[in-house]
Write a protein that binds this ligand. Structure first.
Ligand SMILES: Nc1ncnc2c1ncn2[C@@H]1O[C@H](COP(=O)(O)OP(=O)(O)OP(=O)(O)O)[C@@H](O)[C@H]1O
Ligand SMILES: [Mg+2]
Length: 279
């Protein structure tokens, strides 16, 4: 049974004049625990729409999203809430996704409290603040941040640190699927590789399924096991990264690859500032 399975997903957006734009057209894919899937394609191909549909930020026109083999709409309310916690999203704009008025510790504690209440493991008030404090430090440690960061506000952190905090916030919810939409494209080139390595390491250590949206083939080459190539809302090709990026069968994939001849090097060379991307 697939951990997450998307079947014939179609998403339509209203257009001025009453027309509809079909941003995704009968898209199907699946991802397993411990596996990472890249979603690539040029700007406007529907990558973010797919990511948002998976986490419920965009309502599909038709098709199904199955978590552990069961469609969300067929689950009870409580089950649906539990599934939603298991599927978390990391955004491109890390700093913008954090509450500017809360310290990192307050943000993470809030997530932990809500999680505990809805899980009915322990109710608000019965859990000692010190227990939350140590969980916060553990979360920060998991994403490679020092304990001092707990007292900081988002504006006091770098873009890379903010992205690590938003990853910690996802981890607080005990996810099984992480959907990351261009998680490093807003970051300095010099920190991109480190954040991607962290993402890969967490995905493997925690056995997460990772859906990584990127217009950057070198990122996908470095981080992902499989890749699907989107064009105008249609998956034109999907398969193992080594197959698709080394022996593409679709002309569109060949076109994307032709624009980045050194994609085979993955992220090697990024530290020298060579950004490899298609857009
Ligand atoms: N909220 C919206 N309302 C109307 N149209 C939208 C909306 N969001 C996206 N679109 C359109 O849907 C199509 C797919 O957009 P999407 O943002 O999914 O592309 P993308 O592959 O993520 O692009 P990029 O690489 O630029 O982020 C585009 O034509 C876009 O203009
Ligand atoms: Mg996008």
């Amino acid at each position: 049974m697939n951990l997450l399975s998307i079947q014939n997903l179609t998403v339509r957006y209203p257009r001025p004049g009453g027309q509809l734009l079909e941003a995704l057209k009968t898209v199907s894919l699946h991802v397993e625990a411990g596996e990472s899937m890249g979603i690539v394609g040029e700007s406007g191909s529907g990558k973010s729409t797919l990511a948002k549909a998976i986490v419920g930020l965009v309502r599909p026109h038709s098709g199904q999203i199955l978590y552990e083999g069961v469609e969300l709409s067929r689950r009870t309310h409580a089950e649906r809430e539990a599934c939603c916690r298991r599927v978390q999203m990391v955004f491109q704009d890390a700093i913008g996704s954090l509450n500017p008025r809360m310290t990192v510790a307050a943000m993470l504690e809030e997530v932990l409290r809500v999680h505990r209440i809805t899980n009915s493991e322990e109710s608000l008030g019965t859990r000692k603040d010190s227990a939350f404090a140590s969980e916060v430090l553990h979360l920060l440690d998991q994403v490679g941040l020092p304990p001092e960061v707990a007292r900081a506000y988002p504006r006091e952190l770098s873009g890379g640190q903010c992205q690590r905090v938003s990853l910690a916030r996802c981890l607080a919810l005990g996810p099984r699927v992480l959907v990351a939409d261009e998680p490093v494209s807003a970051l300095d080139v010099s920190v991109q590789a480190r954040v991607l390595n962290l993402l890969r390491e967490l995905q493997q250590r925690l056995g997460l399924a990772l859906l990584l949206v990127s217009h950057d083939l070198a990122v996908v080459r470095t981080v992902c096991d499989r890749v699907c190539v989107l064009r105008d809302g249609v998956i034109v090709e999907q398969g193992r990264v080594v197959d698709v990026l080394e022996r593409p069968s679709h002309p569109y994939t060949r076109e994307l690859l032709a624009a980045v001849p050194d994609v085979g090097r993955g992220l090697a060379g990024r530290e020298q500032g060579s950004v490899i991307s298609v857009q």
